[in-house]
Design a protein around this ligand. Structure first.
Ligand code: MG
Length: 159
């Protein structure tokens, strides 16, 4: 049996906050405002995985009202989601993602993101795609006020 999943996340960008996307710290004057470390790519990935497995969403597993998740490294949340799926007999087949951000360019960080996240998800780098694009200066993303990420995945039941 195979299931597909889809996830979306966005965060506001503000000066003086660290910008962390795909588990990688990116040097930039702005970063995500969030209860956790604000890694919108990981949050979209978590929602895609949880959705595919019928396990609700990231907010119900890790509520932003819970202080144990304050400033938490989102890689820890992703590892827990992957473990939850594994316990239910699910294996990740592939994960396809897009980061939508006006600035800075994501290309220099692409390989490190793929390496980092495929390791956390215990998959091969070839099973994970991370794409990036601008929003053509349109809307909140185009004005540099925020970042959005989308993720789609397929998972397979192995037991
Ligand atoms: Mg988020």
């Amino acid at each position: 049996m195979a299931n597909i999943g889809f996830g979306y996340d966005s965060h506001r960008l503000e000066e003086g906050r660290p910008l962390i996307l795909g588990g990688v710290r990116i040097p930039f004057e702005k970063g995500c405002v969030a209860h956790s470390d604000g890694d919108a790519l990981i949050h979209a990935i978590c929602d895609a995985l949880l959705g595919a497995a019928g396990l609700t969403d990231i907010g119900s597993h890790f509520p932003d009202t819970d202080n144990q998740y304050k400033n938490i490294d989102s890689k820890i949340l992703l590892a827990r989601v992957v473990e939850l799926l594994r316990q239910e007999g699910w294996q990740i087949h592939n994960m396809d993602t897009t980061i939508i951000i006006e600035k800075p360019k994501m290309a220099p960080f692409h390989d490190e993101m793929v390496r980092t996240l495929s390791k956390v998800m215990q998959i091969e780098p070839s099973q994970l795609a991370i794409k990036a694009k601008t929003n053509e200066k349109l809307g909140f993303i185009g004005q540099g006020e925020g970042v959005a990420c989308v993720a789609a995945c397929t998972i397979e039941k192995i037991k």
